[in-house]
Write a protein that binds this ligand. Structure first.
Ligand code: F6P
Length: 331
């Protein structure tokens, strides 16, 4: 019997991956599974996110299920965005499935939408869970980093470096659109790391005119190619809209590259694998200490927990110092 689980209260832990997949989710599944098995706890995998929870798509996870998954992107448990889980009747069904399967608690690996679902289930039925933050957007309040962000930034950076080669060979202006939902974390990191000449992101919207003036100044300095990075979303505008606005107002022709879901795939970086392993293991440690309805996270290298009710709906800020630096370096 494990020291952390002395009364052996928790005998069966389920794992669910939910929302957009993020590289490193498999590493988190592996850590949760292996640490649970170490404590002699059975592990149940939920297939297909919350819809699998509603319909009872459960599998047993053992040591052999974890073989060679660490280096793969995506999630072996599959995932999805489940509108049905917003309905109380569906949550009741999910609760009944968990009880029928003998599950005592579950680990939810996903973003704030996924935590909202788990938190509501907890509020209505008292079912224990712990959230592990995983989204390439890095927009979850209460953790400096979420699983998948580092890989997505590196994938996008690799793309920018490649675009830089062709942009400078042809003396061209490029606009590269990165993901991020309604946050600019990916755009700012990629923009700074890739030397973008302008970064458009929702937290610090700039007018097209400002970018045009910037391009004109660069051209006057003899610069013949530029890369503008823009975050997806309404503010400040999608890449094609920006290109059209710049063409109409200043006559500059821009090539557009929308990176899209490429950023969600691929082998996770070492940083994401380590983060996922630490957070997954910490989630089990906290569950065995009796915590529930919390999200684990990392803040300044320290592993932390936050009550999910206290973080939902809060907007995570990009550090001002990084925003300022991005402005100075791109000018
Ligand atoms: O949340 C991750 C994310 O990739 C966002 O950056 C993006 O806006 C969204 O998911 C895309 O969602 P979907 O894969 O459902 O189109």
């Amino acid at each position: 019997m494990s020291a952390l689980n002395p009364k052996n209260k928790i005998k069966n832990i389920a794992i669910i991956t939910s929302g957009g997949d993020a590289p490193g989710m498999n590493a988190a599944i592996r850590a949760v599974t292996r640490v649970s098995l170490y404590h002699e706890i059975k592990v149940t995998g939920v297939i297909g996110g919350y819809s699998g929870l509603i319909t009872g798509q459960f599998i047993n996870l053992d040591m052999s299920s974890m073989a060679n998954i660490l280096k793969h992107g995506g999630t072996i448990l599959k995932t999805g965005r489940c509108a049905e889980f917003m309905q109380a009747a569906a949550r009741k069904q999910a609760f009944e499935q968990l009880v029928r399967a003998g599950v005592d608690a579950f680990v939810c690996i996903g973003g704030d939408g996924s935590f909202t679902g788990a938190h509501t289930l907890f509020t209505e039925h008292g079912f224990s869970y712990i959230g592990v933050p995983a989204t390439i957007d890095n927009d979850i309040f209460g953790t400096d980093y979420s699983i998948g962000f580092d890989t997505a930034v590196n994938v996008a950076l690799d793309a920018i470096d490649r675009i830089r080669d062709t942009a400078s060979s042809h003396d061209r202006l490029f606009i590269v659109e990165v993901m991020g939902h309604d946050s600019g974390f990916i755009a700012v990191d990629v923009g700074v790391a890739g030397g973008a000449e302008e970064i458009f992101f929702p937290e610090n919207p700039i007018a097209v005119e400002q970018a045009i003036e910037h391009i004109k100044r660069s051209v006057a300095r003899g610069k013949k190619s530029s890369i503008l990075v823009t975050a997806e979303g309404k503010k400040p505008g999608r890449a094609y809209d920006l290109a059209e606005a710049i063409r109409k107002r200043a006559g500059f022709e821009a090539r557009v590259c929308v990176l899209g879901h490429v950023q969600r795939g691929g082998s996770p970086t070492a940083r994401d694998r380590i983060l996922a392993s630490r957070l997954g293991a910490y989630a089990i440690e906290k569950l065995l200490q009796g915590e529930s309805d919390v999200m684990v996270g990392i803040q300044g290298e320290k592993l932390v927990t936050h009550k999910v009710g206290s973080i939902l709906g809060k907007k995570k800020q990009i550090p001002n110092e990084l925003i300022k630096l991005a402005q100075i370096l791109s000018a």
